[in-house]
Design a protein around this ligand. Sequence first.
Ligand code: BMA
Length: 364
Amino acid sequence: MKRTFHITLFVILLGIVLSSCHKPMPREQLLHRLRALQEQGCMFGHQDDPFYGISWAYEPNRSDVLETCGDYPAVMGFDLGGIEMGDSKNLDSVPFDRMRSEIIAHHLRGGIVTISWHPRNPLTALEHLGTWPEGSAWEATDGSVEAILPGGMKHELFLTWLERVRVFLLSLRTDDNQPVPFIFRPWHENNGAWFWWGASHCTAEQYKALYKFTWDAINSSLMPSIVWSYSPNLDGNMTEEQFLERYPGDERIDLIGLDSYQWGSEEDFVRQTRADLAMLCRFGDKHHKLVALTECGYRSVPDPSWWDRVLLPILCDYPLSYALVWRNAEGGEHFGPVPGTESAENFRAFYAAPRTLFLKDIAK
Ligand code: BMA
């Protein structure tokens, strides 16, 4: 009797000790939160939201989304392009120091952060400093991926690039030194031909080796913070076999996505986006992955009813974590809402729809 009592006591104490040791990592908390939020709706995201709009730049606390509907986007996207060169500003002139503080600020206000990377071309970047398209992500030469893999002539350079990315990502910490969790989405739109890591410029094996090498190098010290995303571009007829060809593997990927823009007709955009999302959602369900429209939009939103007539029904029909529209570039194109434009009122209807989640919906 006494022995049984001691054993029971021991098991209870062991349980208490073990459960207090397992403090969930920020990445686990973020994954858990993303899954719970997906049950509530689809989050709206905007690239470079707090930096500039088409007629303003770097004014504190401004955001075109906030000024259109009274709320911040739930998700904000940021891009590291240029950090690999040791630049102080990214490819769209966003100072990395400012980026760091806005990432931390969005995290602290309860928002979700996603980070992409348009690195320059490792074969030509050093000859063409700061030019476009020469030396940029869009200088889509064959052999660049091969050159940066182990044994390649630019492998050492690539190690310094990854180190610069890692150091920036590691610096994403709050004042009390807590790591900010985020979704990281490198090597995106890889089924197209426009980036040097695109399907026409490297084999599937080389692409997967690139993703895995990146994952291993960065994850070694950032494991607690990163939700990893893999997001090819719209195909319109993507099969699971095609998707799997370059998929880095279930053990490395948490969130799969689609980058889908309305460049042509509305009918094509809707039909093709739905076809690819249906496949991705089936895959996500089977493989327990979150699914998102990792980039989307209609350049300068020329259709005043686009938000709630075209985009919203798509978000309603698929179990998506979020849909992120691209940046509102100063003096140029915009993919997000702009106060005072024709589509702004329609954006407020999109905002009010029960399905869409903005900051106030998720930070409650
Ligand atoms: C593209 C355009 C470019 C920009 C790039 C990276 O879609 O918006 O102007 O440099 O994304 O943000």
